[in-house]
Design a protein around this ligand. Sequence first.
Ligand code: PMT
Length: 404
Amino acid sequence: MESGARPNILLGVSGGIAVYKACELVRRLRDAGCEVRVVMTRAATAFITPLTFQALSGQPVRTDLLDAEAESGMDHIALARWADRVVIAPTTADLMARLATGMADDLLTTLCLATEAPLLLAPAMNRLMWAHPATRTNTDILLARGVRMVGPESGSQACGEQGPGRMAEPASIVHALLGPESAPLSGRRVLITAGPTHEPIDPVRFVGNRSSGRMGVALAAAARDAGGEVCLVHGPLALPVPGGIEVVPVETAEAMRMAVLQRIDGQDLFIAAAAVADYRPREVASHKVKKDAPMLTLELIRNPDILAEVAARRPRPFVVGFAAETTDLRTHALAKLARKDLDMIAANDVSAGRGIGQPVNALSVFWPGGERLFPEQPKAELARALVHLITERMEHVGAEPSTP
Ligand code: PMT
């Protein structure tokens, strides 16, 4: 493998309920730039079809050792040599036993004998099976042979019991497999804004909008999973922020601006996903405004544009803005990209209750000379796709880490 190149990953999948997490693992490995080929045991195919992994990996899935058609493509010895790393997730107690005794009674165990690539196991089984002396002995044998293991973790199990045996989370497996430095945002500092701002009218009322903060929180989680050191400056949120992210809660646009400007030096990437109120009441009443008058006129003044201010700085981070539009998405987004001098803009259609305050969203992303459309999907998935695209563009424009 050339230095800097992403390793070829052979993912073995054995038959346990945790196979669903292996789907996520494929996606994350591909997001990290790896080519992934999947080999399933016969038992694994009882839980999930090879077609699922084929769609996720973009490669044919192998299940049989003696498959004439598959062998004429990449035979199992060539597959064993192709792999830079082998990971088996989930690894059942049965597979551990077969690996420990050096059996080669199916394609996956044969590949493990035929490869020189390092082997990582993510065991997943019932807690008593994990604690059984046979499994303990097999674990010792495999570890002594240089096989590495990630997990299992402790917690509630699919069988309803509590204890060690849950397969490690895909992020932990990727981390164990590739190391922290291989994550695309490793060593990068990322500042993200999220949620609405609330602009007070009096002690109990405010001017605000329907943003829930989901999109920005999902981006913060995706950037964290991509190895970034993430700080999230957010207005009032409708959801909690997951761990591993520094949070700076604010209420108003002015407070968000201050929080951003205090932290912007040394950031590598700034993503403005917040729905910052464009205007705020000129005067904030110190007491609750009485409702005696039949009409009330609020005088509003413009808030500072945080995104434009960050984009105008030199040096500046890679700057990604959002555009929330109800008409002419593309025209308005391209105008904002140019006017605010952004590196990229992610535009969403927020007409008729779409996108804002919702769990799903679709994005049209533009950058100087390019664009990509992401169809409607859960915001967590969309955020991962967007962060992946951002890291590609950062690499393309040669954005150097701010703190080498
Ligand atoms: O929070 P959710 O419910 O998940 O909804 C997500 C979202 C629809 C709010 C999000 O995807 C989104 O589009 N965020 C930006 C909303 C917005 O304010 O768009 P805009 O077109 O008005 O602003 C353009 C850009 O300038 C945005 O990046 C915004 O953060 C930034 N801005 C705007 C005004 C201002 N005073 N300061 C800014 O930084």
